[in-house]
Design a protein around this ligand. Structure first.
Ligand SMILES: Nc1ncnc2c1ncn2[C@@H]1O[C@H](COP(=O)(O)OP(=O)(O)OP(=O)(O)O)[C@@H](O)[C@H]1O
Ligand SMILES: [Mg+2]
Length: 477
């Protein structure tokens, strides 16, 4: 892959480029202004001369006076080395000429006569601006004379050529100087970024709890550093949870496997009758069942994390779904004298099996934690933002507030004393429920007060509210 150009180089180039453009623009403006000034000056000169000749010719009132014309013109037109003038009669007789002969010859041809603007003409590396007019003599009914004036503008043009060379050379030099200055300035300006980056480099998995100090960081970088610190805090949290999860898994697996080992060793070494063998195998079977459930729950969570599950969404009438689940839990509930009730109605757009699993996890918890003879109620409804709501509330000891933020964590159980590996429940149910809800782009929350606990799930009600057809997740375990 092509390495992107460094920020310093990019900014220096941009700065130098912009400065060169500004200089070029200024140079072109100046060149135009100088050209205009030269032109104006030439026009003034040419018009002045032409007016003078007009005056002289106007004063010639007789044919005899024509003879004195060269002398009169010569007095006024001398002292201008770059000028050439011809005055001829209407039928081509030359009355007066001054200037370089080749230019005079050209002027005598008179092709540029009476043009509104001066004409430019070049000869032998010299350029001339020419005006040629018909000028009336003072002799009544005589043909007007032809007057042509050429003004050498090679000096001006040479100046412009040198000016252009100077402009280009100066511009290249200025652009290089600007580039270098910009490079120094940008490096200096970006030095806080390097400091921040040096601090970030020192952060390792073991030092995630040490944020980059925000004091002394320039205003523009404060947001970046603060986002980085927020990310660091999240990473730290995830890292901590991950390592706790690994040690919890090891703990959860070690105890039952230890039990299985001991029990199998005892069975093999001792003299047992068939009934004892059967009892031991039965107990092993239960332990294996629990292990197997735990492994498949963890596999489900791992697949959900990696988006390997596929959702098969459909519109689900939550009332009939909850009724079916109540039928399943009816025996267990009535055994403990717990009354299951539901009210309200709602429709969710979800994967049926997944949804059953999520609600079922909440119901089994609720039944487990409802004291005998007390009530459990499921409320269905629609939220203000048109999501389906399923709330599972039960009476019973409240969950202490400090446990609520972690209740959905994997392997997290409120009663730590029961985390000895013998417990039937490993603490994955709520994690799975949350994972299912999040796959559906829904939300789950918990509240617990005096003698009651309520879990609330909000789910999209239709295709638009969810992510049907998008990345996909679904039941496989
Ligand atoms: N309705 C409830 N009332 C009181 N505490 C609850 C309730 N539901 C969950 N809890 C607490 O939250 C913990 C986590 O529940 P979760 O369903 O994740 O795990 P579990 O039920 O212990 O195990 P598993 O669901 O994997 O069999 C429970 O151990 C319990 O302490
Ligand atoms: Mg549970």
């Amino acid at each position: 892959m092509k390495t992107p150009i460094s920020l310093t180089a990019r900014l220096s180039l941009l700065f130098a480029g912009s400065a060169a453009c500004v200089l070029l623009f200024a140079g072109l403006l100046f060149e135009r202004a100088a050209n205009n000034r030269f032109l104006e000056h030439d026009l003034e000169e040419l018009d002045g001369k032409m007016a003078l000749i007009h005056e002289v010719l106007g004063k010639i009132t007789s044919v005899d006076a024509i003879a004195a014309l060269p002398t009169r013109l010569h007095d006024t037109m001398t002292g201008h080395p770059g000028i050439a003038i011809t005055v001829a009669t209407g039928d081509g007789r030359v009355l007066f000429t001054v200037g370089q002969s080749a230019v005079v010859t050209h002027l005598l041809q008179g092709t540029e006569i009476d043009k509104p603007q001066p004409v430019t003409w070049s000869l032998d590396k010299h350029s001339y601006r020419i005006v040629a007019n018909r000028v009336a003599l003072g002799i009544p009914a005589s043909q007007p004379a032809k007057v042509a004036i050429a003004f050498d503008i090679s000096g001006d043009q040479q100046f412009m050529v040198e000016f252009r060379e100077f402009l280009w050379f100066g511009m290249v030099l200025a652009a290089l100087a600007m580039g270098w200055l910009a490079w120094v300035a940008v490096r200096q300006g970006l030095s806080p970024l390097n400091k921040v980056s040096a601090m970030m480099v020192n952060i390792s998995a073991q030092r995630l709890d040490m944020p980059v100090p925000i004091e002394g960081v320039p205003r523009e970088l404060k947001e970046l550093v603060s986002s980085f610190n927020t990310m660091l805090a999240r990473l730290d949290d995830s890292f901590r949870r991950l390592s706790e999860f690994s040690s919890d898994i090891a703990h959860e697996l070690r105890t039952p496997i230890q039990n299985l080992l001991v029990q199998t060793e005892v069975t093999l070494t001792g003299e047992c009758d068939v009934i004892e063998y059967r009892t031991n195998l039965q107990s092993n079977l239960e332990e294996f069942g629990r292990l197997s459930r735990m492994i498949s729950d963890m596999l489900f969570l791992a697949k959900a994390d990696n988006r390997l599950l596929v959702l098969h969404r459909e519109s689900i009438d939550l009332h009939s779904e909850v009724t079916r689940l109540f039928e399943f839990y009816e025996a267990l509930a009535s055994e403990r004298g717990i009354k299951l009730t539901q009210r309200g109605a709602a429709t969710a757009y979800a994967d049926r099996l997944m949804l059953q699993r999520a609600i079922s996890n909440l119901l089994s918890n609720a039944i487990r934690f409802t004291p005998e003879g007390r009530a459990l109620e499921v409320t269905l409804g629609e939220t203000a933002d048109h999501q389906a709501m399923i709330a599972v509330a039960n009476q019973g000891t409240a969950i202490p507030a400090e446990h609520l933020p972690r209740i959905f964590d994997r392997l997290y159980r409120v009663d730590a004393s029961r985390q000895d590996g013998h417990n039937e429940n490993v603490g994955l149910g709520l994690a799975i429920t949350r994972s299912i809800v999040e796959m559906h782009k829904g939300t789950i929350s918990v509240e617990s007060g005096n003698e009651w606990t309520r879990f609330t799930i909000n789910l999209p009600t239709d295709r638009d509210g969810g992510s049907a057809g998008s990345p996909v997740i679904g039941l496989a375990a």
